[in-house]
Design a protein around this ligand. Structure first.
Ligand code: NAD
Length: 246
C-alpha cells in the first residue's frame, strides 16, 4: 500500500485519466476526493470506491472559480483532516486555428486548465505547509512542450502549467512539498475520442511505440510521483507518450 492513510484530491476525477488515477490511488490505500463539474459521474465513482471500503467523497466544483475551490477545500479539510496529494487533472480542449479562435474560448481554456490548477494549489498549499508534507501533480501535455497546429490555446494553457509547476516547486520545496508535471501524449479517453480519423492516424504514425496510451499507464506514473518513493523528484515534467516527443 503505497498511499496508506494519505488523502488525495483528484480534479476532473470523473472521467478518463482522472478516473484511472482515483481508482489507482484507492487501491494503494489513499482516501480519494473527486472534484469535478460532473457531479453525477464523480458520485458514481466515489460510491463504487466506498463499496470497497475506501474513504471517498465527490464534490461538485468548477476549478476555474476560486471561491468555489476555496469552499470545497475547506470542506475537505474539515472532513478528511489533511490533504497529502493534489492532482490537477481537470482540463478541456477546443481545437481551432488561432485566427479562428473565439476569445471567449481562449479565456475558458486558460481559466480551466491553468487558473484551475493555480486555484487548487493556492487553497491546498497552506494545509500541506502546515503538515510539512505534500505532493502536487499537474497534468500538462506534450502539446504544451512541442506545440500543435489548431491547439494554440490548449498548448498555451499546458505550457503555462510547466512554468507554474517549476515556480511552485521552488517556493514549496523547503516545506517538504514536491511539485511535478506529467505530460501525456495520445491517451485513449473521452477527450480524444472525438478527434478526426486523419488526426488520430497522424498521431499514431508519429509514435515510435506505434500505439496510443491508456489512462491506467498514466495513473501508474502519477502514483509513483505521488508516493514517498519519489521524494527526491521536484520541478520536473515527465513525459508519457510512447516516444512521440524526444
Ligand atoms: P476527459 O474529458 O475524459 O476528463 C476531463 C475531466 O475534467 C471530466 O471529468 C470533466 O468533467 C472535468 N472537467 C472539465 N472541466 C472542468 C472544470 N471546469 N472543473 C472541474 N472539472 C472539470 O479528459 P482526459 O483525456 O481524461 O484528460 C485529463 C487531463 O489530461 C486533461 O487535463 C487533459 O488536458 C490531459 N491530457 C490528456 C491527453 C489525452 O490524450 N487524453 C493528453 C495529454 C493531456
Amino acid at each position: 500500500m503505497k498511499l496508506k492513510d494519505r488523502v488525495a484530491i483528484v480534479t476532473g476525477g470523473a472521467s478518463g485519466i482522472g478516473k484511472a488515477i482515483s481508482e489507482r490511488f484507492a487501491r494503494e490505500g489513499a482516501g480519494v476526493v473527486i472534484c469535478d463539474v460532473d457531479l453525477k459521474s464523480a458520485q458514481e465513482i466515489s460510491d463504487r470506491l466506498k463499496e470497497k471500503d475506501v474513504n471517498s467523497k465527490a464534490f461538485e466544483v468548477d476549478v476555474s472559480d476560486s471561491s468555489q475551490v476555496e469552499r470545497v477545500v475547506n470542506n475537505i479539510v474539515e472532513e478528511f483532516k489533511r490533504i497529502d496529494i493534489l492532482v490537477n487533472n481537470a482540463g478541456i480542449s477546443k481545437d481551432s486555428l488561432l485566427i479562428r479562435t473565439d476569445p471567449s474560448d481562449w479565456d475558458r481554456i486558460i481559466a480551466v486548465n491553468l487558473k484551475g490548477a493555480f486555484n487548487f494549489i493556492k487553497s491546498t498549499a497552506r494545509v500541506m505547509m502546515r503538515q510539512k508534507y505534500g505532493r502536487i501533480l499537474n497534468i500538462t501535455s506534450v502539446v504544451g512542450i512541442m506545440g500543435n497546429a489548431g491547439q494554440s490555446s490548449y498548448a498555451a494553457s499546458k505550457a503555462g502549467l510547466v512554468g507554474l509547476t517549476k515556480s511552485t516547486a521552488k517556493e514549496l520545496a523547503s516545506r517538504g512539498i514536491t511539485v511535478n508535471a506529467v505530460a501525456p501524449g495520445y491517451i485513449r479517453t473521452p477527450m480524444t475520442e472525438n478527434l478526426s480519423q486523419a488526426v488520430k492516424e497522424g498521431y499514431l504514425s508519429s509514435i515510435p511505440l506505434g500505439k496510443t496510451g491508456t489512462p491506467q499507464q498514466v495513473a501508474n506514473l502519477v502514483l509513483f510521483l505521488a508516493s514517498e518513493e519519489a521524494d527526491y523528484i521536484t520541478g520536473q515534467v515527465i513525459q508519457i507518450d510512447g516516444g512521440l516527443l524526444m
